[in-house]
Ligand binder design. Structure first.
Ligand SMILES: [Zn+2]
Length: 340
């Protein structure tokens, strides 16, 4: 088969790869009718998160089961399934508490790389969730979005305790931030403030349910949120970037007693202890336990109540994956969909 391998900073190659096979009896093999580039793929792409040697890329996937190992009981060939970036058993105490991305048997969700024609998925019974039937072609981007960016934005909104009568602010206008807006809307938030300075992204945020846009960032952004909330700050803030500036912007935009849900992968972030102590802000986040939310997200997509696939604003043939990375790196695209 053919798949995507990162060799070093900005060196993405689409090349011949070994066809994945069943390695463990709990594995499944799936065929990928579409795949995508994630914002977090840009960290190794830019050389900020170093890699040791050529690395198969892609961790967002939804597809058709081709084959399962001898110990797989719940998943069967022919099903359309959605998984996420970590494989989990869905049975340990941590999974049962809803933290599948810290499962005691956690491993990469698509170790062979999902920016490819096929992928091997470990712990298939725990990791994969089958859709009620074969989805129509146009629904596949939304199911693929559920695999990571929607599930992650959703966790951000849950961790920030978005809900009725709450004002929610979202820091970050990438796919995760935009889908945190959609999540907050589904959770019944009263006001949703999207922090973005890019017109096409502002438009999508408004379409997903944002009620206000703030273009300022950093200190000025936090000051603007304070001004919009009667000097108090937002009840709930989703941090969907992962830098020092965005994390502090999130904490400073939150009222005392409020909640920050942080889902951008943090890189070199240090929180000043004294400021944090006096902020009275709850912090919760980390790698999203997407598996917890998949059944609910699949239902919402299946019933056409949400259309998270709108975050894909660039579609390319899979062999042009390198251009998909470039377009996102240069912010010419919010998110790239790849078609084998
Ligand atoms: Zn587990």
């Amino acid at each position: 088969m053919q798949g995507t391998v990162l060799y070093g900073p900005r060196d993405v190659r689409f090349e011949e790869r070994p066809e994945p096979t069943i390695v463990e009896p709990t594995d499944a093999l799936i065929r990928l009718p579409a795949t995508s580039v994630c914002g977090s793929d840009l960290w190794p792409y830019r050389g900020i998160a170093p890699i040791d040697g050529p690395t198969p890329m892609g961790h967002e996937y939804a597809g058709i089961v081709e084959e399962v190992g001898s110990e797989v009981r719940l998943i069967e060939p022919g099903q359309f399934v959605v998984g996420s970036f970590f494989a989990s058993d869905n049975t340990c105490e941590i999974c049962r508490a809803g933290y599948h991305s810290s499962c005691i048997h956690r491993q990469p969700g698509a170790p062979t790389g999902a920016q490819a024609q096929y992928a091997r998925i470990p712990l298939a019974d725990g990791t994969l969730v089958a859709t009620p039937g074969m989805p129509p072609e146009e629904m596949i981007p939304s199911l693929l979005a559920a695999s990571d960016v929607l599930g992650t934005g959703w966790f951000g909104a849950v961790a920030a305790e978005a809900g009725p009568a709450k004002t929610v602010a979202v820091v970050g206008d990438g796919a995760v931030g935009l889908l945190a807006v959609l999540a907050a809307k589904q959770m019944g938030a009263e006001r949703i403030i999207a922090m973005s300075r890019h017109e096409p992204r502002q438009r999508l945020a408004l379409e997903f349910g944002a009620t206000e846009i703030v273009t300022e960032r950093g200190e000025e952004g936090a000051a603007r949120i304070e001004e919009l909330t009667g000097g108090l700050g937002a009840h709930s803030v989703v941090e969907a970037v992962g830098t020092q500036e965005s994390m502090m912007q999130a904490i400073r935009s939150t009222r005392p007693g409020g909640h920050v849900g942080f889902v951008g992968v943090l890189h070199d972030v240090g929180i000043p202890g004294e400021e944090f102590f006096f902020s009275h802000v709850h912090l919760h986040g980390g790698p999203a336990p997407v598996r917890r939310f998949l059944p609910e997200l699949i239902d919402l997509i299946w019933e056409r109540k949400i259309d998270p696939g709108k975050v894909f604003d660039l579609t390319l043939p899979l062999e042009e994956v390198a251009e998909g990375y470039r377009a996102m790196d240069e912010r010419r695209a919010i998110k790239t969909l790849l078609r084998p």
